[in-house]
Design a protein around this ligand. Structure first.
Ligand SMILES: [Fe+2]
Length: 339
């Protein structure tokens, strides 16, 4: 496995790059905007293909690199279903799996630091975001933070992981890089409480100043979505209503770009072809299933996904590879369900 822990010294953020092999698909957790060039260079040097960029929660101390990475690599952006961001490509919830080629991460909802905080597990490690830090825990006094929920997340979820599980947090301010669940249980001063009430009182007594970047970072991080208007301006977007009216037409093929788990959870559009976004380049290139379908039958391809972000990137790529008439459902399944 390829595993890199990258550090942003301005915000003391750790960013993690994961892949199962050289030349394979990669996933990045908690990228920082100012470091995006560095990540891209490393991804190129390791011959990786970035397919997913994930934030553990809406950050208040730095601007996320999610949008910039998506624009550079066409990767899928991922956050929890509770995140108040305008658009991400995919939202996950407790119990989901976050998958790329050769790697599958468990998804645990661990609210408390914020109401959209998630942790991601692998067999031997856990990425804890700001829920559990090394000898500390993330503050709970803004962004719908809740010390009571954080206590539950730490004691009833994270501390239930095997003792030897490696703990990789989103930040460290002292230079520590990794810990374990057993080590934190024994030595984390915030965990030396005997009740949830004691933890709530401890967190309430911290009286921390607001993060320096908060007024800039939070609004910026809320607006990282792809500008679907650009695609619409070219006439490549359909409203969910217009798409519904096309259902069953013989000259139209709907193409579902979502993953299997998203389809199972949120439902499917009858008759739509399933062609997951990570295989897009193959499918729309000459000889690819979608390319040949469109060319041979003259059918109009109508892409859709969860929120319209993957499909907006797909329609651009399809047009670029000569599939004229390709368009997408603006707002994706969310918009479709609302019609
Ligand atoms: Fe945070």
């Amino acid at each position: 496995m390829i595993f890199r822990q990258l550090f942003d010294s301005v915000s003391s953020t750790y960013t993690y790059l994961l892949a199962s092999r050289r030349g394979g698909e990669a996933l990045i957790i908690d990228p920082v905007l100012e470091r995006v060039d560095r990540y891209l260079k490393l991804i190129e040097e390791l011959d990786l293909k970035l397919v997913k960029a994930v934030d553990t929660h809406l950050h208040a101390d730095h601007i996320t690199g999610l949008g910039a990475l998506r624009d550079h690599t066409k990767c899928i952006t991922v956050m929890g279903e509770q995140s108040g961001v305008d658009v991400v490509s995919m939202r996950v919830s407790d119990g989901d799996r976050l998958e790329i080629e050769g790697l599958s991460l468990g998804v645990i909802y661990t609210p408390g630091h914020t109401d959209d905080s998630y942790s991601f597990t692998m067999a031997d490690r856990v990425f804890t975001g700001d829920t559990l830090l090394i000898r500390g825990t993330g503050r709970t006094d803004f962004q719908n933070g809740d010390a009571r929920q954080q206590y539950e997340s730490i004691f009833n979820r994270l501390m239930k992981l095997p003792d030897e599980t490696l703990v990789f947090p989103a930040h460290d301010y002292k230079g520590d890089t990794v810990s374990t669940i057993a080590e934190e249980r024994a030595h984390n001063p915030r965990l030396r409480v005997t009740s949830v009430e004691e933890y709530v009182a401890l967190m309430a007594g911290l009286k921390l100043p607001d993060p320096k970047m908060m007024d800039v970072a939070v609004p910026a991080n809320m607006r990282q979505g792809l500008h679907q208007e650009e695609v619409a301006k070219r006439g490549w977007a359909l409203s969910a209503e217009a798409a519904r009216a096309m259902l069953g037409r013989p000259d139209v093929t709907l193409v579902d770009l979502r993953e299997k788990a998203e389809r199972e959870r949120h439902g499917c559009i009858p008759g739509a072809l399933h062609a997951p976004y990570p295989d897009l380049a193959e499918n729309i290139g000459p000889g690819g299933v979608l390319h040949e379908l469109a060319v041979a039958t003259g059918k109009r391809l109508v892409f859709f996904c969860a929120f319209g972000e993957r499909s907006a990137m797909a329609v651009q790529a399809a047009q670029d590879s000569g599939i004229a008439g390709a368009c997408h459902i603006e707002g994706g399944m969310r918009a479709w369900m609302g019609v």
